[in-house]
Write a protein that binds this ligand. Structure first.
Ligand code: C2E
Ligand code: MG
Ligand code: MG
Length: 615
């Protein structure tokens, strides 16, 4: 019995072995087939297929890599799969790989990769995880498709919908979008001013009608370039000395021969007008079309963002109607929507142009007003005051032009000239009039002048040239001047102190006078604002303020000059309050140098009583 059973068991075992052998062969065949299939698919696929390990090391790259990115499999083998990816896209690729490892499938994503020639290609990619026998993710298969052309086409489409085909400039849609953005921002911070300029070529229809439409197109392209050129100019809108680049200007073609410009950083309506004038001259330059020289002009309408508008489009509407007004007035000009504003801006531009001329034509003068010891009325110093001898309007006070001069940067050079002139005058006086030997000269300094790079060294050079004692010079600044840049003011003023030049705080008590200013800067004297002196006998609080200033000055050991004394009553009052020094029409108006010299007593030098300056 037993041997028979043995045979049967052996037979069954043999069958089992055979069956297993058969299964193993089938599995081997299947896996070989699968590998072959994988190879056929990957080697021939248009997409790039990569196999990477969990650390991102390349295990396999399909031949499409060479075709699409220019790298051979060997070249890729030497690098990590992240090296060629655009740095900005690396994070999202890593994220997708992480996702693929955890969930099995990564999300589809676009990223940029560098071609061997250095250009960027855009790939659309998906990753899938491969698990080992233990069920752990061991590899990732990544399929990448080159979608560069499609992306470019999409971007082009996007660009086209926001840009004008003929000029390549932003179109109405993009312009309105930007305008809305600025409009909304200005609602939140109204101090940020901006302007819309509407530019329309004059008589453009004639070009189109008398010449061919293609010539009309050429004119439009040329004008677009000229306008863009105007906006690239650094000083188009900013004042020449400031040179703020117009990075934020948006130029667009609305359609036809209409262009619009959105200007930011407009500090004054005259800024927008200055830009418009520049555009007008750029457009008026002759140009060649079809071998012929032609000329055209434009009408420009300006609407300021400061005006109350409910919608951004209203601003465009206003600029448009201002442009129509410019056109109705004969074209080749610009008009501001707000007519009163237009008049002011025009005057301002005229004033600026005249001021520039005034310097060249030597129309500035320095007048001198004596500063006296109130007790004895003895002259101890003079304040140098700028005057403009206007050819038509006569002598003009700086109050009428100082702001424009400061804004255009002209006051820096004019101010230097005043210093030079005053020092020269003091030297001449010293030689001619012995009594002048000890007087001091006070000079007003503007914020920009104080901030100018070579202010102190320039002053030092002038002092040296004229040979006058630095202690005879006193610089007058207002608190606003110091507040414009407190740190810089502190530095410059202490440099002046080192030079032994005096510093005086002008118009004290007029605005937001503060104690901190007095302590912060090396000040030696205060000038009581003339409005306080004028109100001294009329207004109790003015009297109290003057009393306080005098008290404060005594405590801080500062000299005090009361300015604008016009009557003996004011003088008596100030004397009673203990004010030592003063200045005003009661003693003398500001006068020319020769007349100032005549105010001095004849005879030998007087003892020096300094207004301010080193002791
Ligand atoms: P400020 O420095 O306060 O000069 C005093 C002003 O008061 C002068 O006006 C002077 O003419 C005027 N004044 C003098 N006495 C009397 C008086 O009794 N009654 C009245 N009502 N006024 C009197 P001005 O010359 O028109 O100058 C005005 C301002 O212009 C000056 O005020 C000063 O801030 C500025 N300024 C003048 N010259 C210069 C300069 O060379 N450079 C700079 N940066 N500013 C200057
Ligand atoms: Mg002054
Ligand atoms: Mg003053």
């Amino acid at each position: 019995m037993m041997p028979q059973w043995n045979w049967i068991a052996l037979g069954v075992l043999a069958i089992l072995v055979l069956f297993l052998q058969f299964r193993i062969n089938r599995i081997r065949q299947n896996s070989r087939k699968r590998e072959e299939l994988f190879q056929i698919v990957t080697e021939n696929a248009a997409d790039m297929i990569a196999l990477v390990d969990v650390k991102g090391h390349r295990l396999y790259n399909s031949p499409a890599y060479k075709r699409i990115l220019g790298y051979s499999a060997a070249e890729l083998g030497e690098t990590s799969s992240f090296e060629q990816i655009h740095p900005d896209d690396r994070f999202k690729v890593l994220e997708a790989a992480r996702e693929a490892r955890s969930s099995g499938v990564g999300r589809k994503l676009d990223y940029r990769i560098r071609h061997k020639d250095g250009t960027w290609r855009v790939l659309e990619s998906i990753a899938r995880a491969i698990r080992n026998e233990k069920g752990e993710v061991s590899k990732l298969v990544i399929v990448n498709r080159d979608v560069t052309e499609r992306k470019h086409a999409e971007e082009q489409l996007e660009h086209n919908s926001f840009h004008d085909a003929l000029t390549g400039l932003p179109n109405r849609r993009l312009f309105l979008d930007r305008l809305q953005h600025i409009f909304a921002r200005a609602q939140r911070s109204p101090e940020r001013q901006y302007a819309v300029l509407f530019v329309d070529l004059d008589g453009f229809k004639v070009f189109n009608d008398t010449m061919s439409p293609s010539i009309g197109d050429q004119v439009i392209i040329e004008m677009g370039q000229r306008l863009a050129g105007c906006l690239r100019e650094q000083d188009t809108v900013s004042r020449p000395q400031e040179s703020v680049p117009l990075k934020t200007a948006v130029l667009s073609r609305m359609g036809g021969d209409e262009f619009t410009i959105l200007l930011e950083a407009v500090n004054d309506p005259s800024d927008a007008m200055r830009a418009a004038n520049r555009i007008l001259s750029a457009v008026a330059e002759p140009f060649l079309v079809g071998g012929r020289e032609v000329r055209t002009s434009a009408s420009v309408g300006i609407a300021l963002g400061t005006t109350v508008h409910e919608r951004a489009e209203d601003l465009l509407q206003d600029a448009d109607s201002a442009m129509r007004r410019a056109k109705a007035m004969g074209g080749g000009r610009c008009e501001l929507f707000d007519e009163a504003m237009h008049a002011r801006a025009t005057n301002r531009l005229k004033l600026e142009a005249e001021l520039r001329e005034a310097m060249v034509k030597r129309q500035f003068r320095v007048y001198y007003q004596p500063i006296v010891l109130l007790e004895t009325k003895r002259i101890v110093g003079f304040e140098a005051l700028l005057r403009w001898q206007h050819p038509e309007q006569g002598l003009i006070s700086p109050l009428k032009f100082i702001e424009a001069a400061e804004d255009t940067g002209l006051l820096v050079s004019t101010g230097q000239w005043v210093i030079h002139e005053a020092c020269k005058q003091l030297r001449a006086w010293k030689i001619e009039i012995p009594a002048m030997g000890a007087v001091s000269i006070n000079i007003n300094i503007s914020a920009k002048q104080l901030a100018a790079a070579r202010f102190v060294s320039g002053l030092e050079a002038t002092l040296r040239q004229s040979g006058i004692d630095p202690a005879q010079l006193c610089v007058e600044i207002t608190e606003n001047v110091a507040a414009a840049d407190p740190k810089l003011a502190a530095t410059v003023l202490s440099q002046l102190k080192q030079l032994r030049v005096g510093v005086l705080l002008d118009d004290f008590g007029s605005g937001n006078s503060s104690l901190s200013g007095l302590r912060q800067y090396p000040i030696e004297a205060l000038k009581i604002d003339r409005a306080l002196v004028a109100a001294l006998l009329l207004d109790r609080s003015a009297l109290e303020t003057v009393e306080l200033i005098l008290l404060l000055a005594r405590k801080l050991k500062l000299k005090v000059i009361a300015e604008g004394i016009e009557s003996t009553k004011q003088l008596d009052h100030l004397l009673a309050l203990g004010c030592e020094l003063g200045q005003g029409y009661l003693f003398s108006q500001p006068v020319e140098a020769r007349a100032a010299g005549l105010l001095m007593p004849k005879g030998g030098p007087v003892q020096q009583t300094k207004v301010a300056g080193a002791q």
